[in-house]
Design a protein around this ligand. Structure first.
Ligand SMILES: [Ca+2]
Ligand SMILES: [Ca+2]
Ligand SMILES: [Ca+2]
Length: 310
């Protein structure tokens, strides 16, 4: 009962926020796995325009970290839980910034008249990866947290977006429409040839790395409606995890073994059915608890906010 009331609660909170966020037009809608300081960073326009906030996992202690008339979004905690990288257009167009976890020490990392957005922290903490329009289409870049050593990692004429650094630091996954539909790719973290992981002609979205870094989970509509898939970067084999009439989306891995079935194999996702949310997890067993009063309360709590774990 303890594991269900506590960690599951946290995992469900993130899952629900992930999928609800786009519905409410939230500026940033990506998720991170657990947690060194237990806090969630999120963007909200509750005070008139988008700002970065943090809160405890139960929704208490909500604190605004930015306060200006511009648009802040896409917060991501540093691996050690002390800093937050985020996007702001305070200097005239979207740039990447970093600040301390209490909002102090805000510094700009990028300086380009084009949009720079969607930062994702390296697991080693020394750099971030992000997407930029500076060459006329979206490409993936990395930059040190000091602002030095900017490197362009993709140069395809199509759009390359949603970069995410693997848990082991070796790879960067992203989504590209270079074949005419959105597909999941990965490449060495230092750049180089990208390998396409997702097959078929459907759309593939929102890739998240497994805790060990060897697999990616994402959702795809290739089979007629949105289902969750796992792709293995060594074999390029894909496994469909869900098979439902409703949409199954927004997968996220847990690092802790909260279902008692071997942490790294535990994956959560959200299935939308009628007007309620159901959550699934535990790939190994395929278990799927129905929505509980706890998860409904959490859904009400997270409301229109997107979030990222510390
Ligand atoms: Ca603002
Ligand atoms: Ca810029
Ligand atoms: Ca490109």
């Amino acid at each position: 009962m303890i594991y269900f009331s506590r960690f599951t609660k946290i995992a469900f909170f993130l899952l629900i926020c992930l999928l609800i966020a786009p519905t409410f037009g939230v500026f940033a809608a990506t998720g991170r796995a657990p947690s060194i300081n237990g806090k969630i960073a999120f963007a909200s326009d509750r005070d008139g325009n988008y700002e970065i906030y943090i809160m405890n996992a139960n929704g208490s202690g909500q604190t605004r970290l930015t306060n200006n008339n511009y648009k802040e979004g896409h917060p991501d905690w540093s691996p050690d839980g002390t800093k937050i990288v985020f996007t702001s257009n305070r200097d005239g167009n979207p740039e990447i910034y970093v600040m301390n976890g209490d909002g102090s020490g805000q510094q700009r990392l990028t300086n380009s008249p084009a949009a720079d957005t969607d930062p994702d922290w390296a697991p080693t903490g020394e750099a971030v990866v992000f997407q930029s329009m500076r060459n006329g289409n979206w490409d993936i870049y990395r930059v040190d947290v000091s602002g030095a050593n900017l490197v362009q990692l993709t140069a395809d004429a199509a759009d390359d977006v949603d970069p995410t650094w693997s848990s082991d630091g070796n790879w960067i996954a992203f989504r590209s429409n270079r074949t005419g539909s959105w597909q999941i790719y990965f490449m060495p973290a230092t750049g180089g040839a990208a390998v396409r992981l997702s097959a078929g002609s459907g759309e593939n979205m929102q890739a998240v790395w497994s805790p060990t870094g060897g697999q990616l989970a994402y959702h795809s509509n290739r089979d007629g409606n949105w289902e969750v898939y796992i792709g293995d970067i060594a074999t390029l084999a894909e496994t469909r995890v869900t098979n439902d009439a409703p949409k199954s989306q927004a997968p996220t891995w847990s690092k802790a073994d909260f279902m008692g079935d071997g942490g790294a194999k535990t994956l959560g996702w959200v299935t939308m059915a009628r007007n309620s949310w159901m959550q699934g997890h535990g790939i190994a067993q395929g278990r799927r608890p129905s929505a509980s009063s706890t998860t409904r309360a959490i859904a009400a709590l997270c409301h229109s906010e997107s979030s990222r774990w510390a």
